[in-house]
Design a protein around this ligand. Structure first.
Ligand code: ASP
Length: 411
């Protein structure tokens, strides 16, 4: 018999995921008692986020050696983020109009959750929030976007310092390797964390609410699957010109962690590891695109925001004009960019969109009880998108080891 460690990690993780669901369904609400194991796992991977981004992004920028190349990596990544985000939003709007999940809803079975206050975030606040005015504070708050900017600047400083920057560059190179080793150790906790989180979700999900909102949940899953299977697979095949199956094989771990934690940020260390190690993308491109993607590239969330707004309009009989659809598309795009990569972020973003097109905020209370189940799939989509963009940009800029990618095997 194989020993535990000899079984590829992704197989252990998938087995844990399935087993967790089964145990949770059999155990019921009591499964909440093992959630602590999942929380500990999440706390450990969150621990990696700041040092991993900091070391690998600085090392990555310094290694790329040429600021023009960095610009072309960033420009391409941003372009793909924007285009795929738009497709996702309109897919959500299309699914919502076609299948009308809010019509004929039996609201009696739904336990209302709290209604969040719409956050009035101005673009000035958003811009200012990206400036790492206190790098220590940014790290303490695990605030990814300003951390990326800080790391980019340090990397650029190293390049500008030329020979005198070399000792610092070496520290970051070595630090990023050390952080990869630490990530590998923490990832051994994945099967246990995933098992506990899945048992908790499966054991505590409100079945009546799930049945009542079944159509919305099913559309959320269908939309996400379409994005993954058609859009991302298409990008990999036609834009990156790489084989699709090894891509999906290489990111199974990240997808399982995304599904069980519902957090792109918490999954980031695993996404980075999969993209760099299994898919052969260079450290520079991996660290830049995946960390940026974890905060601003959320196609699953964008699709869902469109879908959920139509759902709310249908439940409460709000007529939407063509202008409203455009408003929703713009705000859903901004909402998916502004949403933090944490559980339930999409739910909070809904409030601003609903207010803009006069959909009652009570809609959020309706969906809150089943949001986790939908959030898990949105997060898988978001994380898969980050990996797809990393691989594509890697391929376009010659920063990928094609052979390694094609033979994507386990970590
Ligand atoms: N939880 C999602 C993520 O971390 C965001 C969302 O709520 O849609 O990617």
């Amino acid at each position: 018999m194989k020993t535990w460690l000899a079984i590829p990690l992704w197989q252990r993780v998938i087995a844990a995921l399935v087993l967790g669901i089964i145990v949770g369904l059999l155990w019921g609400p009591g499964a909440e008692s093992i959630k602590i194991v999942g929380d500990i796992f999440i706390a450990f991977i969150k621990m990696l986020v700041v040092p991993l981004i900091f070391f690998s992004l600085v090392a990555g920028v310094a290694a790329i050696g040429d600021l023009r190349k960095l610009g072309s990596v960033g420009g391409r990544a941003l372009l793909i983020f924007v285009v795929t985000g738009q497709i996702a939003v309109w897919l959500g709007l299309g699914l919502g109009s076609l299948f009308q999940p809010g019509i004929g809803l039996d609201t009696s079975a739904i336990e209302m959750g709290p209604v969040p206050e719409p956050t009035a975030m101005t673009w000035q606040d958003m811009l200012l929030g990206m400036v790492p005015q206190s790098p220590v504070q940014v790290m303490a708050d695990v605030n990814v976007l300003p951390l990326i900017i800080f790391s980019l600047l340090i990397g650029i400083g190293i390049l500008m310092a030329k020979d005198e920057g070399l000792p610092v560059q070496r520290i970051f190179d070595s630090g990023s390797i050390v952080m990869q080793k630490v990530t590998a150790v923490v990832m051994e906790l994945t099967p246990f964390g995933v098992f506990a989180l899945m048992a908790w979700v499966a054991g505590t999900v409100g079945v009546p609410a799930l049945l009542a909102l079944g159509k919305l949940v099913a559309l959320n899953y269908a939309g996400c699957l379409l994005i993954i299977i058609i859009m991302y697979a298409g990008i990999i095949k036609f834009l990156a010109k790489l084989p699709v199956i090894p891509f999906f094989r290489g990111i199974v771990d990240a997808q399982a962690v995304a599904y069980s934690t519902a957090s792109s940020n918490a999954t980031l260390p695993v996404t980075m590891r999969c993209v760099e190690r299994n898919l052969g993308v260079s450290r520079s491109v991996t660290s830049f695109t995946t960390s940026l993607g974890a905060t601003i590239n959320m196609d699953g969330t964008a699709m869902y925001l469109g879908l959920a707004t139509l759902f709310g309009a249908q439940v409460f009989g709000v007529d939407l004009s063509t202008g409203d659809y455009l408003t929703i598309a713009v705000l859903a795009t901004l909402g998916s960019v502004g949403a933090a990569g944490i559980p339930g972020a999409g739910l909070i973003m809904m409030a601003a969109i609903f207010t803009a097109v006069n959909v009652p905020l009570e809609t959020i209370a309706f969906v809150a009880g089943v949001d986790r189940i939908m959030d898990m799939m949105r997060t898988v989509t978001n994380v898969t998108g980050d990996a797809a963009v990393a691989v594509t940009v890697g391929s376009m800029t010659g920063e990928i080891d094609r052979e390694e990618m094609a033979s994507a095997d386990d970590v």
